[in-house]
Design a protein around this ligand. Structure first.
Ligand code: NCD
Ligand code: ZN
Length: 345
């Protein structure tokens, strides 16, 4: 097969930052996707509807002219989120979810939640107004092994949240383990998950074997091969609980190539090509459209897109870096060959 045409996909988990980075990365996303769920772990954090709408205006302003890209905004959950703000968010056209970061789990999560039970009244209200909860599912105790943090969160906190709020729509973001996949499969249709390209393409050798590769370091950290296989099976199964969320998380090259490098892979430049690679490897390109273009929109109760995009089998080399105001961002698979290319209209 040399070409595949899909209804235009959406990205259900995306970091675009602000300022100079936003200006570079938003054009990449807008080339590929109709919409994206924009993560609120900005500096300063996006805590209120008004802040989210200001941030949305900044994103729209950074778009190339003529773009129809629609940023879908989220709020950052802290214990201070009020019932009034939740109702306001549920009624706001451009706000689609609230993101829960356990405090200390990842980039800009220090103001996240340290006492999960303490936010149960907030989750109750979100369940009542049917505002989805997006979860970064990792425990944060420093004594917990980094490769076990997702499984431990699933067994403890996630199970408890799902049991206590059976009608709350929940997306377990960027699942990385077989245990998380199995949990989502066993849960009701209120519980879904996003899967990133890096977790479909790589196992942990890609970070550590033959040298430390900081551009493969993201959170939750990439796991063993049997987890990768479980993720590939879920993504290509046609089960609508699993949909595309790149977790594209740009950082300046120098911040990643450092003695204490930060977490996040930059994939927005070629997200669909990366997913196509992963689906083709198991002969499942026919399952890409559901995963990329239908299931997320259905879960968020938004209309599916109507225009289409085409990917063509055409090898090309990923650039070594993208320039950002005197600095660079190093993309996932820099200098490597990708076999699919999005045809631009
Ligand atoms: C994300 C970031 O840099 O904002 N990093 C990452 O490794 N995925 C945060 C996140 O989603 O965990
Ligand atoms: Zn993320």
């Amino acid at each position: 097969m040399h070409k595949i045409t899909l209804i235009q996909p959406d990205d259900w988990h995306l970091h675009v930052r602000n300022g100079a980075i936003l200006n570079t990365v938003i054009a990449h996303t807008a080339q590929q996707f109709g919409r994206a769920i924009i993560m609120p772990n900005l500096n300063p954090l996006i805590l209120t509807v008004d802040q989210a709408l200001d941030y949305r205006a900044e994103i729209l302003n950074a778009l190339p002219s003529g773009s129809n890209f629609n940023p879908l905004m989220t709020l950052y959950l802290t214990k201070a989120l009020s019932a009034e703000e939740i109702k306001k968010a549920a009624n706001a056209e451009h706000i689609h979810a609230v993101k829960l970061y356990p405090a200390g789990a990842t980039t800009n999560s220090d103001s996240g939640v340290s006492d999960l039970k303490g936010i149960y009244p907030i989750l109750k209200m979100m369940e009542e107004v049917d505002l989805p909860l997006l979860i970064h599912g990792e425990v944060t105790h420093q004594e917990s092994d980094i490769f076990d943090r997702e499984k431990e969160f699933v067994d403890s906190s996630l199970t408890d949240i799902v049991n206590n709020f059976p009608n709350l729509r929940i997306v377990v973001e960027h699942v990385t383990t077989k245990e998380a996949v199995d949990f989502v499969l066993a849960a009701s249709d209120k519980v879904a998950a996003t899967i990133t390209p890096q977790h479909l393409l790589f196992n942990r050798n890609a970070i550590l074997a033959g040298g430390i590769r900081p551009h493969h370091y993201c959170l939750p950290i990439i796991k063993r091969e049997h987890h990768r296989l479980a993720l590939v099976e879920a993504a290509t199964s046609g089960n609508p609980k699993f949909f595309l969320g790149t977790d594209s998380a740009p950082h300046l090259t120098g911040d990643k190539e450092s003695s204490c490098g930060c977490a996040g892979c930059y994939s927005a430049y070629g997200a669909l090509e990366l997913y196509a690679e992963a689906f083709e490897a198991v002969d499942a390109l026919d399952k890409l459209e559901g995963f990329a273009s239908f299931f997320g929109a259905d879960f968020y109760q938004l209309p599916r897109n109507t225009r289409s995009i085409t990917l063509q089998k055409q090898p090309w080399e990923v650039p070594a870096s993208y320039p950002v105001a005197g600095h660079t961002i190093t993309p996932l698979k820099a200098n490597e060959i990708l076999n699919w290319k999005l045809l631009l209209n």
